[in-house]
Design a binder for this molecule. Structure first.
Ligand code: HEM
Length: 425
């Protein structure tokens, strides 16, 4: 089976182009419209910024997702602290173990859908992974089985995908980034329409679940026969948050994690197609550790160490969250350099992952860089796909387990081939 992912090729092209700026040094300035951003691809600087408890305020760039409010990712100060404390237990080991049921069941559907593509010249894998993860996220976060892989709830799915497209288009447009001008763009009414669909969907779920809890209704998920567990939603309903606050955090889950996890799975599959020998090694490990077993367990996921190295190398080379930003609320001296209050610091994760100082031959896809015996030692902040420090990714374990499981299940059934004429950058 041969996989492509048209959307992601454009994304990579753009970052590969941006990374050419590293020729001028690992700290450089870029203007987008009237805004100046200081790009930082230097591990020492990243360490000082990411580990700081002061520089935790996000930049203006996140305003493009603001219509959905977006709690934990964009908030700062005491609101952020309180929400972070509240949400962290969602990713407790025991919770993650329960999520494996959902991961397994949803990925089985993916594999059966992909079977119909065997023998085709090529398959765009991205839409398949998008729907898989939409099903996974809705069921783990909100406790609803939306079955988007089976063609249900397609209005919600389309609203989410198209909304994300508009967010990205705005972030890189010289004029659509201004709220006033954006109102005159063709995307504005569409954004409003998608927003309405997304909000109605999550509001209905919150209200229904609050009602069920007040009536102490215990629901069963019929298809997989386990007690339905809306991990995030239940946790939030037990706190003193209002329905609006809860909606904000559910959106955080969807927007903070869904797209980045989809990209990581897709990049990893494409990288395996591009590197048949590495794919063969992963397949051997899957055979040894999991064999033909249908249920992929936590133990299997912990024992697939080579696959872990491949995923890390995918995150280094294709970095699905390429930049994160901070706004300096006060003058700061970082690694001896003075930055005035108001500066936008663009922490260029893709850039540091492609900095030759830390990763020689950065364009080479080489999982051995991440050998567990420490041969690949480098600076701690040279590999930061989930950021680091107090504002690191709360969902990283969730993401890594799901990505691993998806790849294992796909390789149990299929060999992935390169599409002639296409090469990932
Ligand atoms: C491969 C998948 C993922 C990648 C590469 C990724 C990456 C990141 C990065 C780089 C940040 C820092 C953002 C910033 O400073 O602006 C972040 C934060 C965050 N991520 Fe993820 N993420 C992934 C998956 C997930 C998942 C699955 C979830 C939830 C289920 C999630 C939820 C969050 C949240 C809530 C934050 C904000 C944390 C805070 O500010 O306290 N992420 N993620």
């Amino acid at each position: 089976m041969s996989f492509l992912a048209q959307d992601l090729f454009h994304f990579l092209e753009m970052h590969s182009m941006l990374a050419t700026h590293l020729n001028y040094g690992d700290i450089f300035k870029i203007f987008i419209g009237d805004e100046c951003k200081v790009f930082i691809a230097n591990a020492e600087f990243l360490e000082e910024i990411m580990s700081s408890n002061v520089h935790i305020t996000k930049s203006n760039a996140y305003k493009f997702i603001k219509p959905l409010k977006f709690g934990l990712v964009t908030s700062t100060g005491s609101k952020w602290k309180q929400r972070r404390k509240l949400i962290t237990p969602t990713f407790h080991f025991k919770m993650l173990d329960q999520f494996l049921e959902v991961f397994n069941a949803s990925t089985d559907i993916l594999v059966s859908k992909l079977s119909s593509e065997v023998g085709e010249d090529w398959t765009d894998i991205y839409p398949y992974i998008n729907l898989l993860l939409l099903d996974v996220f809705c069921e783990t976060a909100m406790g609803v089985k939306i079955s988007s892989q089976e063609g249900k709830n397609s209005e919600y799915a389309q609203a989410l995908f198209r909304y994300l497209d508009i967010v990205i288009a705005r972030a890189f447009s010289a004029w659509k980034r201004f709220d006033f001008l954006f109102q005159f763009s063709s995307e504005y009414p569409l954004q409003e329409k998608y927003l309405e669909t997304l909000q109605t969907f999550s509001r209905n779920i919150i209200e229904k679940r609050r009602f069920e809890k007040s009536q102490q209704v215990v629901e069963k998920t019929p298809d997989i026969g386990i007690k339905r567990n809306a991990a995030l939603l239940d946790l939030l309903l037990e706190s003193d948050l209002t329905n609006d606050d809860i909606e904000e955090e559910m959106n955080t889950f969807m927007f903070g994690g869904f797209d980045s996890t989809t990209s990581l799975v897709t990049f990893a599959l494409l990288a395996l197609a591009d590197n048949p020998k590495i794919q063969q090694n992963v397949y051997k490990e899957v055979l040894e550790v999991v064999g033909e077993e249908k249920y992929v367990s936590m133990q299997h996921l912990q024992d697939t160490k080579y696959l872990e190295m491949v995923i890390k190398e995918t995150q280094r080379k294709y970095t699905s969250v390429p930049i994160v930003e901070r706004h300096l609320e006060e003058d700061a001296t970082i690694c001896g350099v003075d930055f005035p209050k108001g500066t936008t610091l663009t922490l260029y994760l893709y850039g540091v992952h492609h900095n030759e100082k830390y990763f020689p031959e950065p364009e080479k896809f080489d999982p051995e860089r991440f050998l567990p015996d420490g041969q690949s030692e480098g600076h701690n902040y040279a590999f930061v796909p989930f950021s680091a420090g107090p504002r690191n990714c709360v969902g990283q374990k969730f993401a890594l387990l799901d990505v691993k499981l998806t790849i294992i299940k796909i390789l149990q059934k299929f060999t992935i081939l390169q599409v002639p004429g296409y090469k990932l950058i």
